[in-house]
Design a protein around this ligand. Structure first.
Ligand code: C5P
Length: 426
């Protein structure tokens, strides 16, 4: 009963997936939530308000002017709701919500939400991909609305495409995540992100395609769950997340120094960064001149930051999390890394799906179990990873709710600040 005591409003939009809203209501109730329903006029064409009234024991609101609510129905409903989830959210509903329109009971309730708002879009793939829909989605995201899906799958007209509503149990998972309390508020989490750049000369370097999105999503998710977050970021094209201490680095060695400096404060280290395994043995102080038809560069090994953390850790702190991005035998390599690098959790994923985009697919491997998750957004995956981290923190001596006052004082460490590193707390 993971939503016990929570009050959820389900807003139903007018799409064929409205029938799944019935299952969503049931699923939220199964998890212990109290549910009330608001429907748009078009939703009522797909499924009857009586169905929801029967399930919830309260009338489903379909009208801003409902005479049963002498006050303002939408204000009352929004006040009651710990979270509001709109499922299905049609293109029209997204567009109107993005504009802040409030001319029906669902939109008006959304516009005075006091807690998290989630929307589960469902529509034809072309409608979903339409620039106007994407613009509206971006707007809603920027306003703090959580998008749940859509996913690729069978659509109402028999075609297959991206636009299918996420299944009710996954929407309920997302609601649960959105309502999660500050369950990491006693923890400090170091997250590394992005690629490293290893100089060949003052104008050239070796690097990789890592976008940094996974690490930035993890940093934001950990922050939202109350953790103190130190983000050690290689060069990426992403803004520093607000409320996160962001340390910018370039090379693997700079990243290692930054992490080592922050380590005494850390309860968790999550190495999302795609750290270069090798660097040029002899970076030149001036630009390398063009030579014959070929040239070779000697490379030497970089420190394996994560493996060294695993090696020098004596107890169970900090909890260590690594990523294993491979092009083949992803899970087998993931398991190998878990043991070889002496870490607590490995997120194994395939380079093709993991690099660059907003979505990814991963298997979470620890010493007890292995969970292959469905494809999902990086922020959602970040929360799954943190759920696991939370369990690992709980398993470590001191527990998840360890109080800093109970910690033995540590000697202050000298702060080494390598060249080129900058610090910001946005
Ligand atoms: O061995 P491999 O590079 O595949 O391991 C990936 C994991 O190890 C990632 O978590 C990455 O951040 C970390 N790593 C590291 N230092 C390196 C190479 C990888 O910490 N030099």
């Amino acid at each position: 009963m993971t939503l016990a005591g929570k009050q959820i409003v389900v807003g139903v939009g007018g799409g064929i997936a409205a029938f799944k809203a019935v299952e969503l209501v049931r699923e939220l109730q199964r998890r212990g939530a109290k549910v009330r329903v608001a429907m748009t006029a078009s939703a009522c064409r797909f499924v009857g308000p009586v169905t929801f009234a029967g399930l919830t024991g309260a009338p489903a609101l379909t009208d801003l002017w409902d005479p049963r609510y002498p006050g303002e129905a939408h204000v009352e409903l929004a006040e009651w709701a710990d979270a509001i989830v709109v499922a299905p959210a049609t293109a029209n509903l997204l567009a109107r919500a993005a504009q802040g329109m409030a001319d029906d009971i669902v939109l008006a309730t959304l516009s005075c939400a006091r807690g998290p708002v989630l929307v589960a879009p469902a529509m034809h793939e072309r409608m979903w991909r339409a620039p106007s829909t994407q613009r509206n989605v971006e707007r809603l995201r920027a306003d703090g609305v959580t998008l749940v899906g859509p996913v690729k799958g069978a659509l109402a007209n028999g075609s297959v495409g991206e636009g299918r509503m996420v299944e009710p149990n996954e929407i309920a998972d997302a609601v649960q995540r959105a309502l999660r309390t500050h369950d990491l508020s006693n923890s400090t989490v170091i997250v590394s992100a992005g690629p490293t750049q290893e100089d060949l000369d003052p104008v050239r370097f070796l690097s990789n395609k890592s976008s940094g999105r996974m690490g930035y999503a993890l940093a934001a998710a950990a922050r939202d769950r109350g953790a103190e977050v130190i983000l050690v970021s290689g060069p990426v094209d992403l803004a520093a997340p607000s409320g996160v201490e962001t340390l910018r680095v370039r090379s693997a060695r700079e990243m290692q120094h930054a992490i080592d400096d922050a380590l005494p404060r850390a309860d968790v280290v999550i190495m999302t960064a795609a750290v270069a395994d090798y660097r040029p043995a002899d970076p030149k102080p001036s630009k390398i001149k063009k030579q014959g038809d070929s040239m070779s560069v000697e490379l030497i090994k970089n420190p394996d930051i994560l493996a060294e953390l695993g090696k020098k850790r004596t107890g169970k702190r900090p909890v260590l999390v690594g990523f294993a991005m491979e092009t083949n035998d992803v899970i087998a390599y993931g398991k190998k890394k878990l043991v070889e690098k002496r870490v607590d959790l490995v997120i194994a994923n395939e380079a093709r799906v993991a690099f660059g985009g907003d979505d990814t697919q991963a298997t979470l491997i620890d010493h007890k179990r292995e969970d292959t998750l469905p494809p999902m957004g990086k922020l959602e995956l970040a929360h799954h990873i943190l759920d696991r981290v939370k369990l690992l923190l709980g398993a470590a001596p001191g527990g998840a709710t360890r109080n800093r006052r109970g910690r033995a004082p540590r000697a202050p460490r000298p702060v080494r600040r390598p060249r080129g590193r900058s610090r910001s707390k946005a």
